[in-house]
Ligand binder design. Structure first.
Ligand SMILES: [Zn+2]
Length: 490
């Protein structure tokens, strides 16, 4: 017995030793990098130009409704007037009717080019919320240190910041060594099928194999990551897939005074309940494990011990992540019932009831595996399960973090605040971006916008009172200026 205890105790001590060794082995917080003084930006003038772009209501509408093409054309003429040096240096093409592809030819035509993406379309403003806007959503107001309006965070900020950077460099007579493409889609908010997809097809057909693709997706978050103090930059290295399924439940209708034991509504409710009670399995594989590992140097020792030993602590980490909607979304395919429809009168049994359930699919699963699992769980002859006719996508490929492209983004972020060492964390983007169309062609596709985003700002994206700080916009411009300046290092 004593021997047994000694063995147990001995292996416990050995395990503890191993955990500590692993914890000590992780790299330290990044060294400060670069200097923040080299980039000068006239933030006030840039903010006015962004405000001007907001005034064109380039709204993406769901399929079928007419697009306000004049708003898009107006914006494009405005961009040409606002960035003359950039437009003189770059060739501009229209792709897919309304999307823009700029080419800034590099001095070395043999060097792999770089693609900077963004989108000019914005989501609509709901009528019921319009009164809550402090400034008109398409007025483009500059007030209280912010530019206000739809698109200031998503995603005219990206388009304008990239053009500001090119303008500054082109006006100074600079020319990149490798070719730079600016690709601005016009329908990202409805899936990007006619904009970004065609731009990617066009570039691939021209033989473009980019050294780096950068699109929106991650931000400089503040306080969003438990244990990490201050600002952290989250760089999307993959994005989740998207699928909506319609569950249709059919039964014989009739008078509600003599209902059968199973009704259309009853069967449908039970099916939704089963789906919610059987969430998709969680895992830390892929981007989320990389995020946890990258966080380790920046968190307190206890947490670091856990994050440096995921081989042992994974179940613990998953359980703690599942405590929040964000953590849950990082570890599994999510299940969200979003629409219900049944019945026309309170005393009539509807012959049909439908529900739409939206799934965001994590890397490792596909639309097909999700549908198969949902059918297995629903498992009711009264109910059919079918994909809804909306933008669907499998999860993107996962981009590499051990390549010069990722290191360049990392160093560019760090160079913006050389005195502090900003954690740069790879992560899984939960929404969709236009970058997904590169999935089959490149493993150097990243999703990041150098804008600080606090908790209260997150709700403004697609919400009410969308706005960006003038300083934050200048930060984004500075990021692009530095990134373009660092392309030789790729
Ligand atoms: Zn967007």
């Amino acid at each position: 017995m004593k021997r047994f205890l000694l063995v147990v105790l001995g292996s416990g001590v050995a395990l503890l030793g191993l955990l500590i060794v692993n914890t000590a082995r992780i790299p330290g917080a990044a060294e400060p990098f670069g200097s923040s003084s080299s980039v000068r930006i006239d933030a006030t003038a840039a903010a006015e130009r962004l405000a001007g772009a907001v005034r064109f209501p380039t709204v993406s509408v769901q399929s079928g409704a007419p697009i306000d093409t004049a708003a898009f054309q107006g914006l494009y003429a405005y961009l040409e007037r606002s960035y003359p040096a950039a437009h003189a240096a770059m060739r501009r093409e229209t792709i897919g009717g309304l999307s823009l592809l700029y080419t800034w030819p590099g001095t070395d035509s043999a060097a792999a080019p770089v693609v900077l993406m963004g989108h000019v379309d914005v989501v609509p403003v709901t009528e019921e919320n319009r009164a809550e806007w402090l400034h008109g959503p398409f007025d483009g107001t500059v007030a209280d240190g912010f530019v206000w309006g739809r698109g200031t965070l998503d995603d005219k900020v990206t388009v304008l910041a990239a053009l500001e950077a090119v303008e500054q460099l082109a006006a100074a007579g600079e020319r990149p060594t490798r070719t730079v493409y600016l690709a601005f889609g016009h329908d990202e908010e409805v899936g990007g099928r006619y904009g970004a997809r065609l731009i990617v097809d066009t570039l691939v057909a021209r033989g473009v194999r980019p050294a780096l693709v950068l699109d929106e997706g991650g931000f400089m978050t503040e306080g969003a990551i438990p244990g990490v103090e201050g600002i952290a930059a989250v760089v999307g290295i993959a994005e989740k897939g998207y699928l909506s399924l319609t569950l249709t439940s059919r039964a014989s209708g009739g008078h509600s005074s003599m209902p059968p034991s199973r009704t259309a509504v009853g069967a449908l409710s039970a099916a939704i309940d089963r789906l919610m009670a059987n969430p998709f399995p969680s895992s830390l594989d892929g981007p989320t494990a990389q995020m946890m590992t990258a966080m380790a140097p920046y968190v307190p020792f206890g947490q670091r011990l856990v994050l440096s030993n995921l081989w042992l602590t994974e179940p613990l980490v998953i359980r703690s992540l599942q405590g929040t909607p964000l953590g849950g979304a990082l570890t599994r395919t999510t299940t969200a019932p979003t629409m219900l429809d049944a019945g026309v009168k309170d005393n009539v049994l509807p012959p049909e009831a439908t529900a739409v359930v939206n799934f965001r699919i994590r890397p490792g699963e596909t639309r097909e595996t999700v549908i198969a699992r949902v059918r297995e769980i629903v498992n009711d002859t009264m109910i059919t399960v079918a994909p809804r006719d909306s933008a669907t996508a499998d999860p993107s490929a996962v981009s590499r973090t051990d390549v010069p492209a990722y290191r360049l983004i990392e160093q560019t972020i760090r160079a913006m605040a050389p005195e502090s060492s900003i954690p740069v964390l790879p992560y899984l983007v939960m929404g969709g971006t236009d970058a997904k169309y590169w999935s089959a062609h490149s493993d150097r596709v990243y999703r990041f916008l150098a804008v600080p985003l606090g908790d209260s700002d997150v709700a403004r994206v697609h919400g009410v009172n969308e706005r960006i700080g003038i300083d934050a916009f200048a930060t984004a411009i500075g990021f692009y200026v530095r990134l373009l300046g660092g392309l030789n290092g790729l």
